[in-house]
Design a protein around this ligand. Structure first.
Ligand code: SF4
Length: 456
């Protein structure tokens, strides 16, 4: 038997199949992508959060309008460091602010008025994205018709996303809805000004703390033209020509494989999965792209230049981190993206967890894990605490929700969602990642902690 029921979960035995231990010859995957059991303090977000917060939100020059009560709009501002060179999507929060009156009489008029008003205030915006939240699904506003009417009035695209929070079991469905909406309503609506035989889109790269600014030039130096990044630092105008790429590469394979598959099915454009974290995985991605475009020599040249510049830093940090053990808890893909890069630093990941992983995410984790590795689907706060206390990793890569719990237990922490001092992708980014781990783990502050807090 390789499933585990931690002590904190004795009142909710349904958690047992979600927690597994890697056992060679008897690999089973955690149960996943199902509704959270009532009473389980899950850390999941809602469908709207996945649609707006992950995939649609990084598009930098559109009005990101939340059609719903003001509380949902929390997810529109400052929650994720999707950097851009235009600040509209991060600086301003747009909401129709639905109230009881709208629930009774409908929110259609308010939506139309809000789109027009936002466009008057920000005429530089290139489109309006309208995200429906729970209330809108319940009162049944015809957002498609209103957006069409608004589009005719203001003369720029108005795109409705039907991402009511109660749909699906986690934010994961929101990613899918955003992919499908952008594919159906935006991709293919305009041709690129020019095309080349080396056009490629980077899909599932959200420019967290500048990741896209590190990885995009690597491919450009090889001679590839990056037609679009979906959706980190993307302009609205970058999305319609995605159907003219010769190849798509997919970095976040949970949130964005959907659109790569839809483009492949409709336009016959192939895609390949890549991992742009760590020296080895990034080099492998460049080689795969080089092979596709017959630019192998160019890829090798870029890799050699990058290694000459940065490998010595990685060797330095490896000496300081060798033998350490870590936990990784991420939305999903970064949990498995980072297992191999940690090994490049001499670090073994002893526990991984994901908030909304699907079967393929757990297959990837298990294919990289070593015997005894614990894997948790959709952990609750008490499980995280119990495993931190029992296994005491040398550090924990998680998100902000776990940061202060980890510190209180006297364990170093790295923010893997928005990073400490990123970017973390690519060769140069991996040096930043290694440096941040070193700063966290080898900080003198830990010497002053005589006794970590006991947990009763
Ligand atoms: S669950 Fe519904 S009400 Fe809550 S934030 Fe998400 S969309 Fe808004």
């Amino acid at each position: 038997m390789t499933t585990i029921l931690p002590e904190c979960d004795i009142p909710i035995p349904q958690r047992r199949p979600h927690i597994v231990c890697h056992e060679p010859g008897n690999i089973i995957l955690p149960m996943c992508n199902i509704q959270t059991v009532p009473g389980d303090m899950t850390e999941r977000g809602c469908t709207f959060a996945g649609c707006r917060g992950v995939v649609g939100g990084p598009v930098k020059d559109v009005i990101q309008l939340v059609h719903g009560p003001i509380g949902c709009a929390y997810y529109t501002w400052g929650t994720r460091r999707n950097l851009s060179d235009v600040k509209l999507h991060r600086k301003y929060c747009f909401s129709t602010d639905l109230t009881e009156e709208s629930v009774i009489y409908g929110g259609a008029k308010k939506l139309l008025k809000s789109i027009i008003e936002a466009h008057e205030l920000f005429p530089e915006a290139k489109a309006v994205f309208v995200y429906s939240t729970c209330v809108v699904g319940l009162i049944g506003d015809d957002t498609e018709a209103i957006c069409k009417q608004a589009q005719e009035k203001i003369g720029i695209p108005v795109v409705p996303f039907h991402c009511e929070g109660f749909r699906g079991v986690s934010q994961s469905l929101g990613h899918h809805i955003a992919n499908r909406t952008l594919f159906e309503k935006v991709v293919g609506t305009k041709e690129p000004e020019t095309t080349t035989p080396y056009d490629m889109c980077i899909i599932g790269e959200f420019n967290i703390d500048g990741d896209a600014w590190i990885v995009k030039p690597l491919f450009e130096r090889m001679g590839v033209r990056v037609l679009s990044v979906f959706t980190g630092n993307a302009s609205y105008a970058d999305l319609p020509p995605m159907h003219r790429a010769k190849l798509n590469i997919v970095q976040c394979q949970r949130s964005s494989t959907y659109i790569a598959k839809m483009i492949q099915d409709k336009y016959n454009i192939p895609y390949i999965n890549v991992s742009l974290f760590g020296m080895k995985q990034t080099a492998e991605a460049l080689r795969d792209v080089g092979k596709f475009f017959h630019l192998e020599e160019n890829a090798d040249k870029v890799i050699a230049e990058e290694l000459a510049k940065y490998q010595k830093n990685i060797d330095y940090y490896r000496k300081r981190l060798e033998g350490k053990k870590c936990f990784i808890y991420q939305g999903a893909p970064r949990a498995w993206h980072w297992i191999e890069p940690m090994r490049e630093l001499g670090i073994e990941t002893i526990l991984t967890a994901t908030t909304f992983g699907h079967k393929d995410d757990y297959e990837k984790i298990m294919s990289k894990a070593k015997p005894g590795h614990i894997c948790i689907d959709n952990p609750n706060a008490l499980e995280i605490e119990e495993y931190l206390v029992k296994l005491r990793p040398d550090f924990f890569i998680g998100g902000l929700k776990e940061k202060y719990l980890t510190y209180k237990l006297g364990i170093p922490f790295i923010n893997g969602h928005s990073y400490e001092e990123g970017p973390y992708a690519g060769f140069e980014g991996f040096v930043n990642f290694a440096r941040d781990i070193d700063v966290a783990v080898n900080s003198p502050v830990w010497k002053f902690i005589n006794k970590p807090l006991e947990v009763s």
